[in-house]
Design a protein. Structure first.
Lengths: 435, 252
């Protein structure tokens, strides 16, 4: 791919700035070279076979000059939940908004703020971690993110520290950002023995407007750390959303993820966890709610590199209209990763005759003493359960909603942090209709 | 209260009920007994409106209305309750949430106001005592991971909360230990009122030691082959079903 074509796509490299550290320029350069060599994925690429990214690849996307639109506190209010003390970092059209953000009380040594600001300080922690875990070879979109990232959340919790309150990162897109692309980039470093909850929300004030979000988050879970990570994707239903979350887990760490995907014309999220130490626990829960012509695609990959680790994954989907969902879950077990215990489940509930699911579990196991299972189902509401609810006086239509809600609630109930669980529950009820 | 006339029903093209006639008056307890495959569970499920069964002939009047014309939820709102032989698991919603939803739907159908979760908890407290349960059970998902006995007890709890006029117990006693049986029986006896009626579908006589029926009917191959008083159940217990089937076979 030539420079001219990249320019046409609005993908020219940003002019090097005095503030950006040298190491980052090298990282960006390698990333743009990578993208220039690969271009966008095509339908021939196995990883993207079911994901119609044509509108992204063929689009002309302005690089957002954030903030392009104004956001008031009132406009932001519907996306804020939990406790007012929670540190909330708000990014408008890709850029940090100091006015809308709030930093609550943080334990000693905790840093939570804008990545762009942290980069200006150019500390060794960023150089050590930023773009070092989510490889530019993961996908062309990751390469684009690394080349063009400008801002996002940066969270550092030092060793043996409890973050206490979660940190909420909110990425809001305004109507003024129509036709533009942003590359939110987050770095979360939780050191040895620390404990933290992080929430990412991708939301929109631009319903009916097309834009493209290309988000990448890197999470480093230090030895014996505990992390709950929630990702709420509620983009405009005309927007495109591509995201990668890469988690690096050191020994004895516990990482649990919940991803809710309900927005976007096309939304793709990759969640990758590398279990690079022994006795690691990885829990991945996901829920996607689709309608209309939405396409929602979840790819997960769990790399069991070390022995005695456990991974547990449950993704569920509720599909209506002509929407389509893709689920691909990979589990790789290295020869040395004996005593691996991995279970993966994908369950889909179809509410219409025209909704469609492509689900594909993929286990690649090279160790012999392991317990690995997977299962996928695509179906409708259970007739017997419907009759059961009706026989108790619940009208048919309401019984359907009740059971659909129950199907979704089974997975949202896995979230540990109560205010987050309640917010997810509220979003599910709102989407599926009050019960 | 309930009049069944010439009821025939089939499932998957196979006729199971071959002409049932049965009248149940308010205040009565009827036991429907019979060997496996006789159609007694089918009768219970047809009365509740199970969609797997097709009624091919006959009529059922409930308080003078055509029961077969009513949707399952309308039957429940009109006071019919089926305690399932195999209660359904619903992961994802709590026992309290489900039961309150049902309770409120029945109230709404009567033009009464819905109760909020606090008031409902008060009501639940008394009903839980009846089945000798603490409140913990209410935060567990509906029947999910319940033991067989817990599921049956949960049916009795639902029945106690919904206070039906006609309760149909489909083999509620099967698989219960003696303590659970006693609890189920006390739940049923608490419902016993002059305005209510109860139909107990069972294979065995032992539940009838705790709940004394007014009438006992024996179902065989989709027909009621004998009706009698409570002594008929004891006779069945002593002699099994075979003698009756042979007697009926010889007579026909």
């Amino acid at each position: 791919m030539r420079e001219a074509h990249l320019q046409e796509l609005g993908l020219t490299l940003p002019v090097a700035t005095a503030e950006a550290p040298d190491w980052l320029e090298l990282v960006r350069k390698a990333a743009i070279d990578r993208f220039a060599a690969t271009g966008f994925p095509t339908a021939r690429d196995e990883e993207w076979r079911f994901t119609p990214i044509g509108p992204i690849a063929q689009g002309i996307w302005r690089r957002g000059t954030a903030p392009s639109g104004e956001v008031t506190r009132e406009q932001l209010a519907p996306f804020i939940f939990g406790h007012p003390e929670w540190t909330t970092l708000v990014f408008v059209d890709g850029g940090y908004s100091e006015a809308l953000s709030y930093t609550g009380e943080l334990a000693a040594g905790v840093r939570a703020g804008s990545l762009a600001e942290a980069l200006q300080a150019d500390d060794a922690l960023l150089e050590k971690h930023l773009a070092r875990h989510a490889s530019i070879e993961t996908s062309p979109f990751t390469a684009l993110s690394t080349a063009f990232m400008r801002d996002g959340g940066f969270l550092h919790v030092p060793a043996d520290t409890d973050l206490t309150h979660p940190v909420h990162l909110i990425f809001v897109t305004t109507p003024e950002a129509a036709g533009s692309v942003t590359h939110p980039r987050n770095l979360v470093v939780i050191e040895r023995g620390a404990r933290a909850s992080v929430i990412e929300s991708y939301v929109s004030l631009a319903e009916g407007v097309s834009y493209w979000t290309n988000a990448v988050t890197e999470v480093i879970a230090g030895a014996n750390s505990w992390i709950e990570h929630t990702r709420i994707q509620r983009e405009s239903e005309r927007a495109y959303h591509v995201g990668l979350t890469h988690v690096e887990q050191q020994r004895d760490s516990h990482y649990r993820s919940f991803t809710l995907a309900m927005g976007g014309a096309l939304a793709r999220h990759n969640l990758h966890a590398r279990l690079s130490g022994e006795n690691v626990e990885t829990l991945m829960y996901g829920l996607y709610l689709t309608r209309g012509d939405q396409v929602v695609d979840n790819h997960t990959a769990i790399y069991h590199d070390q022995p005695n680790c456990r991974s547990w994954e449950v993704y569920k989907g509720v599909l209506d209209g002509r929407s389509r969902a893709v689920f691909n879950g990979k589990v790789f077990v290295k020869p040395e990763a004996q005593k691996t215990d991995a279970k993966q489940t994908n369950r889909n509930l179809l509410l219409s005759d025209t909704a469609k699911v492509d689900t594909k579990p993929q286990l690649e196991i090279f160790a012999d003493d392991v317990k690995c299972t997977h299962g996928a189902t695509v179906g409708r509401l259970d007739d017997l359960a419907l009759f059961y609810a009706r026989s108790r006086g619940v009208p048919a239509e309401k019984a359907q909603r009740l059971l659909t809600y129950a199907f979704a609630a089974e997975v949202t109930s896995e979230v540990v942090l109560e205010p987050v669980r309640e917010e997810l529950d509220r979003l599910v009820r709102e989407r599926l209709g009050e019960m | 209260m309930l009049e069944i006339r010439g009821l025939r029903a089939s499932a998957g093209g196979k006729e199971i009920l071959k002409g049932i006639d049965l009248t149940v008056n308010a205040g009565e307890i009827h036991a429907v007994m019979g060997p496996n495959g006789s159609g007694k569970s089918t009768l219970a499920q047809v009365l509740a409106g199970h969609p797997a069964y097709e009624v091919t002939a006959g009529e059922v009047l409930y308080e003078g209305n055509d029961l077969l014309d009513m949707d399952p939820e309308v039957r429940a709102q009109a006071g019919i309750f089926l305690a399932f032989q195999y209660p359904v698991e619903i992961p994802g919603i709590s026992n309290a949430y489900f039961l309150r939803a049902a309770y409120n739907e029945i109230r709404k159908s009567k033009g009464l106001e819905e109760v909020d979760s606090m008031d409902f908890l008060d009501l639940l407290e008394q009903k839980l005592q009846l089945v000798e349960w603490g409140p913990e059970i209410m935060s567990r998902a509906v029947n999910s991971g319940f033991s067989g006995g817990e599921k049956k007890r949960n049916e009795i709890l639902q029945m106690a909360v919904l206070e039906p006029r006609l309760a149909i117990l489909d083999e509620t006693d099967s698989g219960l230990d003696i303590d659970a049986l006693r609890i189920v029986a006390s739940g049923v006896n608490a419902l016993r009122k002059p305005d209510n009626a109860i139909i107990i579908v069972t294979h065995y006589q032992r539940l009838l030691n705790y709940i004394v029926p007014d009438r006992v009917h024996v179902l065989s191959a989709g027909r009621i082959v004998r009706s009698g008083g409570k002594d008929l159940a004891l006779e069945l217990e002593a002699r099994g079903y075979e003698w009756l089937e042979q007697e009926v076979g010889a007579a026909s």
